[in-house]
Design a protein around this ligand. Sequence first.
Ligand code: SF4
Length: 351
Amino acid sequence: MEIRWSGSTPGTYDTGVEKKAIALLSGGLDSALACELTLRRGFQVVGLNLATGFCVGEGRCDTVLALAARLGIPLRMRDVSAEFLEVVRAPKFGYGSGMNPCLDCRILMARTAGAVMEEEGASFVVTGEVLGQRPMSQHRRALDLVAEESGLGERLVRPLSGRLLGPTYPERMGWIRREDWLDIQGRSRKRQLALAREWGLTEFVQPSGGCCLLLTKAYAVRLRDAFRHRGREALTPDDFALLRYGRHFRLSPGVKVIVGRDEGENAVLAGFSPGRWALSFPAVPGPVALVEGDLSPEELELAARLAARYSDARGGDPVTVRAVRDGREQDLTVVPLPPDDPRIASWALGE
Ligand code: SF4
């Protein structure tokens, strides 16, 4: 294959033939830079954004759309949330500091990108991974493992650290030289931020913004609790989703209470009420609360007293709590738990 070089400056040589890469775009800085660099090296790029169902960060999706528009590349979106739930339940390579199964997650993403690569007739996959940036998933052995386990092998390219890693498919094909990639490594983002400035790239979520619910302490605590008391396999997609919202309290191995923190959460919790007790306050402003488990009357009363602690009922006066479950309805008159009741803190999950 003839390669026509017109210089060694980024973006100034011609591969002589259109070569195509799939670039995973998360909305973060590193994947944006890796994509831009691949374009600057003369490759055709299709962006790919994967939805895991665990993303956090306002406007991340909008950022990916704006980035694709800015780079002038087509963007594929794919929902991998069903496969991702199986990874979260039982990761082959374990969890990180929270309940984040980063290695398995990266393998799933790379494998999915490999499938899109086949569909698009592309030759390789690009990610924004940086050698040594994350302790669990981006040390050298982990990067090699992701390439191997995803089935991509040398077709998985990390342009930001490419000089420091082994040869990849585009290099072996003679489309690029190793030194045309970068040699970024470690946790600092200084070089990436400088590059973004130099290239006029502003469409990315700030590195400090966080990206994944599974990294957050509150979600991790709730998920561990749910695995312990409900069982990994018993949790439904709705159960995983519900762990995002409200204040969560484990009253006993079989009883859990979830209390809405504002009107938005109250509305969301109301949607999760089938199969659970839904508590509300007909006479005073108060939260919607859900109670899970087969409860005794005493346990239901205790749950109602806990929910009432977050209502506008004050000063230890009794308040009416309406409890509804699958068509059954009853009103309980309870005294709210005092805010300084030490049991509240001991029941709280990730507050
Ligand atoms: S932080 Fe979350 S989204 Fe990112 S690699 Fe880890 S599990 Fe996947």
